[in-house]
Structures are given as C-alpha cells and as structure tokens.
Design a protein around this ligand. Structure first.
Ligand SMILES: Nc1ncnc2c1ncn2[C@@H]1O[C@H](COP(=O)(O)OP(=O)(O)O)[C@@H](O)[C@H]1O
Ligand SMILES: Nc1ccn([C@@H]2O[C@H](COP(=O)(O)OP(=O)(O)O)[C@@H](O)[C@H]2O)c(=O)n1
Length: 209
C-alpha cells in the first residue's frame, strides 16, 4: 500500500514545514490544503464579494486549479483569517473534498497538511501526525515568517489572530480542527525545525512498522 502522510494542527504550528520535509524525504507529492481555502477567500475578495457568500464560495472552490496559485498573496496574514471564515461553510468543504482525496489517492502516495486530513479527508492514512506548539511560539514563528517576507509583523496582533483562528477552526461544526483518534501528537514548542523533523520521521517510521 502506498504511503499517505496526514499532518494536521493549528495555525503556524509547523505542519507545512514538516509535510514538505517528509514529502521530500519519501519522494511523495505534497498538498498544503490550507492554500485551497485561502484561494477561495482570495477569489471572493478579488470580486468584492462577502466572505459568507456560500454560493460564490462554492463556485470559486469548484473552479480552483492547483497550478495557478499566487502563493505570496495567499500566504499574506489577512488571507489566513479570511480562509478560516470560508472554511467554516460545509458546502465549501464539500466542494474541495474530491480534489484532496484524488491527490491523496495517487499511486505514488502523498503527504497532505491541513486541519481535517486525518479525520475527514484521509481517515485511512498510513500515518497521522497532529502538530502543536504554544500559541506564543506559533505567533513568534509567524511574525518571523511575515517579517522575512517584508510584511508588517506585529507580535501582539499576530498572537490575537492565531488565537481567534484556532477558536473558530476548533469550534466549527464542519470538520473542526482536532486530532484523529489514531494520530500521534507532536508538540514542537521546544523543538527547532531539524528536531521537529527528526521527531516526525521517527513517528512515520514507527507507524510504517
Ligand atoms: N519547529 C520549528 N521551529 C522554529 N520555526 C519553525 C518550526 N516549524 C516551522 N517553523 C517556521 O514557522 C513558520 C510557520 O511554519 P509552517 O510550516 O508554515 O506552519 P503551518 O503550515 O502550520 O502554518 C515558518 O516560517 C517555518 O519556517
Ligand atoms: N484542511 C484544512 C486546511 C485549512 N483550513 C482552513 O484554512 C485556514 C488557513 O489554513 P492554513 O493551513 O493555510 O493556515 P496556517 O496554519 O498556515 O496559518 C485555516 O485557519 C482553516 O480555517 C481548513 O479548514 N481545513
């Protein structure tokens, strides 16, 4: 059976970094599913529409193409917040599920990261990791990331963002952010990227048996 790695966790916990590193290590394609929700939000904002316009959001979700994402724009701070609003609408999630499942079903395997990969998108994944870190650590990491891209990075405002988004993502009824029962939790608060990667690799190897 091909290797499917599901990585979930709250904002700026390091999911993407770990999923990318694991994908490179095992030669798997990687999908950052947060980009899908960010792209839907971006499409609505570009058309001057409200973020709670479910019909327009579903149409945008159906029209997405993985290849034409402007990642710099999508990874901007305000787009994370906007993505979390559109992601709370069940029809938007339904419109994106097939694309994610087809990606995960590639014969060569896959690594996906998001909020509901282990619980909803790939409940049968070979390995599930739930990555966490304290809100303060995550806000510091996100502030450094944004500053590195020349974006405004006010720590206090980013910490507020992170907490608000976690609460919305965990509290929604549709595919809330939570660890799957068979996920291994990896707390990276006191781990640098190399240490977190080494820990994640150990989890994958242990699960693969
Ligand atoms: N263990 C870690 N220690 C320090 N910085 C990290 C760690 N993991 C990730 N980062 C950095 O934190 C930022 C957010 O990481 P990312 O993987 O994009 O998180 P997520 O996908 O969960 O939002 C990036 O700039 C990344 O380089
Ligand atoms: N599988 C996923 C991925 C993202 N999302 C939503 O999309 C938003 C942005 O996700 P992201 O992974 O790009 O955000 P960060 O963790 O990188 O800040 C999240 O806050 C969630 O509301 C989701 O609902 N389900």
């Amino acid at each position: 059976m091909s290797l499917v790695i599901a990585i979930d966790g709250p904002a700026a916990s390091g999911k993407g970094t770990l999923a990318r590193r694991l994908a490179a290590h095992y030669g798997l394609p990687h999908l950052d599913t947060g980009l899908l929700y960010r792209a839907v939000a971006c499409a609505l904002l570009d058309e001057g529409l409200q973020l709670d316009d479910a019909e327009a959001a579903v149409a945008a979700a159906r029209g997405l193409s993985l290849t034409d994402f402007d990642e710099t724009r999508l990874r901007a701070r305000d787009m994370g917040e906007a993505a979390s609003v559109v992601a709370a609408m069940p029809p938007v999630r339904a419109a994106l599920i097939d694309m994610q499942r087809s990606f995960a079903a590639r014969p060569e395997g896959a690594a996906l990261d998001g909020r509901d990969i282990g619980t909803v998108v790939c409940p049968g994944a070979s390995v599930k990791i739930f990555v966490t870190a304290s809100p303060e650590t995550r806000a510091t990491r996100r502030a450094l990331e944004l500053a590195g891209r020349g974006e405004e990075a006010d720590y206090a405002a980013i910490l507020e963002d992170v907490k608000k988004r976690d609460a919305r993502d965990s509290g929604r009824s549709a595919a809330p952010l939570k660890a799957a029962e068979d996920a291994v939790t990896l707390d990276t608060t006191d781990l640098d990227i190399e240490e977190a990667f080494a820990a994640a690799l150990k989890i994958v190897e242990a699960r693969r048996g």
